[in-house]
Design a protein around this ligand. Sequence first.
Ligand code: NAD
Length: 372
Amino acid sequence: MRIAVLKEAAPGEARVALVPDVVQRLTKSGHQISIQAGAGLAAGSTDADYEKAGARVHGSRAEALTGAELWARVRRPSGAELGEAPEGICIVSMLGVEPAETLVPALAARKLSFLGLERVPRITRAQSMDVLSSQATVAGYKAVLLGAAELGKLLPMLTTAAGTLAPAKVLVLGAGVAGLQAIATARRLGAVVAGFDVRPAAAEQVLSLGATFVGPEVSADAEAEGGYARAQTAEEQAATRAALAAAIPQQDLLICTAQVPGRKAPVLVDAAALATLRPGSVVVDLAAETGGNAEGTRAGERVVLGGVVLLGPVQLAATVPLHASQMFARNVLALVQHLATKQGALNLDPQDEITKPMLVTLNGQVPGGSSR
Ligand code: NAD
């Protein structure tokens, strides 16, 4: 299979879809890799590293794409980028928060196939291809560092000649992949950490990381298909907010990670709860792009409300590009291995358990539907 990787064009995007270590594995299995010069620099990989791994490095985007069958990307392509794609190739990429359907006319025009990486099914066999998990791991870690840097306090307890400092208190809302990593990171930095989620399995995981669990009784049916949370009923939402209202005033740092796939993020910290935080407290809201868990969060912005700092970072994993790309590339490798026939050819089977949910288009057509 001939695979192309270009420099990501989205502003602030420093990740790259394949790293040299993964390129080496692919070339060893007989695949041919074309890289645009400079594609990996922001993630710490030079053109020489890629060449040593067996890739061919090309000076222009068009050259890197010539003859490619698969274009591996991190971020959703723009209309202009789709126009660069050779007719009939397959694009593997994240879709982002915009609906996938809006890409279809441009994909149909060039008979492109498109696999949306966020649509990897949450089954054990596909776990190694799950970019949502790998990138959420990075984001959860970095969220705590952002919060710690913004806070006017140290996180650990310190006993010094100048007196004893009490540890900071951190509450993590949503204990999925990002939340559990945030809990572990805040614990490593010495904070007193609590976690909250609506899924019963999450409660056990929070406790196993040495944090306490806050919130109302979790209901046994709060987990939907694929391990995600379902949306809460109005009564459940009220109970959640009441329980959190009791816990929030003591906190220094809130890390918000609660999401429900395909929906607006649940509001867990409303204006009244925010007003109970002491001035100087910090909220890092990883759900900002889908509306935020805290009222007043704005995606990509730093907002100060009553002395409380609200950070709404987007694409946080892109700020740790080396490790985020390493994990992303491993996910792409696992997917390529799944898509390749024994002879190494690309096989997009619209009936396959993993490929089927990921396919936005197959040769420009929406599988089982029309192309527009
Ligand atoms: P996510 O990003 O969709 O949501 C983050 C967390 O927010 C989840 O834990 C969710 O329960 C929680 N949440 C949603 N609504 C909430 C509310 N009102 N109040 C509090 N919390 C709320 O989910 P995620 O982190 O990607 O993963 C969720 C689960 O899926 C995890 O348990 C993870 O281990 C599992 N998972 C399974 C696979 C697999 O089997 N292949 C892969 C990845 C993740």
